[in-house]
Structure formats: C-alpha cells, structure tokens
Design a binder for this molecule. Structure first.
Ligand code: AHR
Length: 504
C-alpha cells in the first residue's frame, strides 16, 4: 500500500518571521568544550589568542547566531571575576558540577573575543546558585557599563575600553534541578530571580532577561514551577527557559523518532502557563520561550557522568557523544518544532557547540569533523528565511511506546516573498516505511525546484568519525520533482529533507 504524506501550504499561513536567534548554540566550561574545543593554544590552527580557527570556520559554517555561556550546571558555582585580568594571576578552582578543575584561562573577555571572531551574539548566564544580586550586578557592570566606575575601568584596564553591550542574560541555570549547586524551590528561586532582575534592570533597562523554567517536561514540578516563578517575575523578564534532551532508550527507535512530540507539548504547555499568568495579572506583554538547551544526549553512557574521587582533571573527556544518522533525523525534526513555534520561541540554543554533545568535534592537536547532527542544523540555519509558514499535514501514523501514535511525517516551511524562495523542511519519522510526498504549490504561483537534499543512511546507526567524517551527509534526492504545480517524491524511512523552491 502506498503511504502518502500530503502537505497543505499557503503563503497566508504565516506564523512569524524566522528568528535568527532560533539558531543559537551553547559553550559551557565542561569537558573539552572550551579547553581543547574553541581554545587550544599551540594547535597548528590556533590564532594569536589561542582560538582554533578551524573550529571558528565550522562554527560559521554551522550558521550559529548566538552562543550561551559560561554554563550550564557549571555557572551555579562560578565566580566570574576569577576569569578576568592577567591570566597568570587567575586562580584555579574546583568545578563541583563536573568534578573538574577550572583553570580560568578563558573567561568573559576571552569569550567575547571569540564571539566577535565567530560573529555570534553572546547570551550570558549569571550564577544564582551560590551567588545572588551583588555578583550579577558586578558582572553586568563589568560587561556593559561605560568607563568611569570601578568595574568598567577594570575591563578597560584589561584591554577592553568599550562596553560589550550584552543584551541577553539568563538568571541562573536549571534552578529546579536537585543536581544544581544551590538548587531552590520555585518560591525561593522566584524571589531571587525577581530581585536580581529588578536590580539588573535598574542598571540597564534594555536587557533581555531569561528566567529559569523547567529542565525537562518530566520534572515533577513542571508547570507549577513556571506558574510560580512567572507570577513573581512577569513584569521583570522577557523569556522563560526550557531545556530538553532526547535519546534512544533500550532500542526503542519509534519513541525516539517521535521526540519532537514532546518538544511541541513542552512549548505549548509553557506558553499556556505563561498566558495563564498573563491573564491573572491582566498584563499586556507576552512572555516568550528561550529553548536554551536542546539536543540528543545519551545521558546513560559512562562519559556523561562526572569523574569521581580525588582526581579533579582539567578538561576531561565528558559527554562526547558520537551521533548517528537517526540522531541527525531527530535533531532535524526538533528544529522543525522550534521553527513552527517561532511566534513564541524567541531564542534557542543547541547544547552544545564543540566536543560536548556537539555538532563539531576536535582531536587534540589534530583535525575537526562534522557530526551527523551538524548537517540538519547548518542547512536549516542557512535556508530558513522570510516567514515561517504553518503546514497542515495528512500522514499515516506509527505506533510508539512513549506517545501512543505519532504522525509519520512532520514539516514546516519558510516563505521569503521578496526573494521568491519557498523552503520546505520535512521528516519521515516512521522507523520502517518510506513515504510519498505530495504538495500542491498552486498558491505560490509558479515555483521550480532548486535543490532537494535528504539526510538518510540505510544503517540508522552509521556515524561520522575522525577517520570517516563523511559517512552520513545529505545527498541530492533525485526522486523529488515539481510537475504541474505539484511537488512529489519519496522520503525514505528515518530521513530528514530540505526542499528548496524558487519562483520561476
Ligand atoms: O548541557 C549539559 C548540561 O545539561 C548543562 O550543564 C545543564 O544545564 C543541563 O542539565
């Protein structure tokens, strides 16, 4: 039996403009993300500041627009001032979150220098675990105040006279999680976040502040956490965070492939909760979602656990997942979910950027390579343009343990009316069956096919490695064609595709 997915598209089905910040990433002082990732002095490709230019090149190729820094769980014990000033005077400290030693060779000034080279907007997280209002104000003044006060003069003395003008600030990290240093109840955190946000706004009213939401939709406090925190911070913040990691568990491919169903539910629930608080407070503004950690992460693997014992290594190998073709399809489908919610998801960060659950890998002193997950991210960041269009999908379903049944196909489109470009992102999430694609393009006038690329491998566990970095890459899908205003073609089981069309 032919299994067809029919997509209904219209230029008037506008959701919101494509937001560049959807394509953010994350750099945490964790494992080899900073040391041996973005920064490796002495590497043949390192620039005069010690930044790996090969990693910078891949960061730009990935299309990353903003980068969250410096953590993550790390930030909840971090003293930002340890990381500024003469490097030889900076103290080494134990990082409790990842049982590592933080040498503080890289800090705020180095990160900003790297961000400028990478062409990305910084998003800075303050420590609300072991610290509070004074230290958040200090780092804000160090970063953003014009010269003339102690901390901005210190910045100038460190070689950076001009304020950095960092706009996006996270009020702590995953404060709902019992694993977090300084973990708080929703009430405790709401109070701390409100006080911190108020003070930061007194310093600079133009900031965009992100209050901590839930660290997954499975947290026992999910929903009530957001309601409690937003009730106290609504007027003071712009976004509430969401974090989600997915993995194939016990060979259950079908549930894993349907992971975006959880992301859809997560975003819809947070939006509903925020809007409920808005109604209660009779507020005008709407709170947006900052999905500032999302990815596939195999947390059960040994290297995802911090080392134990007396040894506190610098930059150990941690969370270095090798991604396969199926992981890349899931990452592509999560991007479809994020884009579809562009009316309420104002910012997102793939966690993370280099080596640590990352699209970019490095060998110490050696090569870089692109993981499978690099490709759907780079192609979506490059080709999503104009307005996000809602896509109505008629597709068969597939059974899975986690969600019951899920649509075999998911899709989103973007329409750049001025340039005349329609781009379709579509995933076949069915673990076992090919789908025939059918799209009526009549409402867009005449469109012709520019390119159709499909990421798929007959072995869903095939991966890219240092020795075989191009095992899984997007390939031209020659079955996809446009005839008489209709787009048609075949989508293999477990595949992600981008179809680019242009007004003829
Ligand atoms: O990205 C890895 C970790 O996942 C982060 O440090 C933390 O915020 C989350 O639990």
């Amino acid at each position: 039996m032919t299994r067809t997915v029919t997509l209904a598209l219209h230029p008037a089905f506008r959701v919101a403009p494509v937001r560049p910040r959807t394509f953010g990433a994350f750099v945490e002082h964790l494992g080899r993300c900073v040391y041996g990732g973005i920064f490796e002095p002495g590497h043949p490709a390192a620039d005069e500041a010690g930044f790996r230019t090969d990693v910078l090149d891949l960061t730009r190729e990935l299309g990353v627009t903003s980068v969250r820094y410096p953590g993550g769980n790390f930030v909840s014990g971090y003293r930002w001032e340890d990381g500024v000033g003469p490097v030889e005077e900076r103290p080494a400290r134990h990082d409790l979150a990842w049982h590592s030693t933080e040498p503080n060779t890289v800090g705020l000034d180095e990160f900003m220098a790297w961000a400028e080279r990478a062409g990305v907007e910084p998003m800075y997280a303050v420590n609300l675990g072991t610290r509070g209002v004074p230290e958040a104000l200090d780092v804000l003044q160090y970063a953003n105040a014009p010269q003339g006060i102690a901390l901005s003069d210190a910045r100038a003395a460190h070689g950076h006279p001009e304020p950095y003008g960092i706009r996006m600030w996270c009020l702590g990290n995953e404060m709902d999680g019992p694993w977090q240093t300084g973990h708080k109840t929703a009430e405790e955190y709401a109070r701390t976040a409100a006080e911190t946000a108020r003070a930061m706004r007194q310093e600079d009213p133009g900031l965009e502040l992100v209050v901590c939401g839930s660290s997954s939709s499975q947290m026992p406090t999910f929903g009530t956490w957001e309601a409690t925190v937003l009730a106290e911070t609504y007027d003071l913040v712009d976004m509430v965070s969401a974090h989600a990691y997915y993995a194939e568990k016990d060979g259950d491919q079908a549930s894993f492939l349907a992971s975006a169903d959880d992301m859809d539910h997560f975003i819809d629930s947070v939006v509903a909760t925020a809007d409920h608080v808005r109604a209660e407070l009779k507020a005008e503004k709407r709170i947006m979602v900052s999905f500032d950690e999302w990815n596939v992460w195999y947390q059960h693997r040994a290297e995802s656990r911090p080392p134990e014992g007396d040894d506190w290594p610098v930059a150990p190998v941690l969370l270095e997942d090798t991604y396969n073709a199926m992981d890349a399809v899931v990452v592509g489908s999560l991007l479809i979910s994020l884009l579809r919610h562009s009316d309420r998801v104002a910012s997102a960060s793939l966690a993370q950027l280099v080596n640590v659950i990352a699209p970019i890998m490095t060998a110490p002193g050696g090569a870089t390579w692109r993981q499978t997950t690099f490709h759907p991210f780079a192609l979506t960041a490059r080709h999503a343009a104009g307005e996000v269009l809602d896509v109505r999908i008629e597709a068969p379903t597939f059974a899975n343990e986690r969600f019951g049944t899920s649509s075999a196909a998911d899709a989103v489109a973007t329409w750049d009316e001025t340039a005349g470009n329609l781009t379709l992102f579509v995933v076949n999430r069915d673990p076992g069956r090919e789908l025939d694609l059918a799209v009526d393009l009549a409402d867009f006038g005449g469109l012709s096919l520019v390119e159709a690329l499909t990421l798929h491998h007959e072995d869903p566990y095939a991966a890219n490695t240092q020795d075989a970095p191009d095992t899984v890459t997007p390939q031209s899908n020659d079955t996809i064609r446009v005839e008489d205003g209709h787009l048609a073609g075949a989508l293999p089981a477990i595949s992600w595709s981008v179809v680019r069309l242009h007004r003829s």
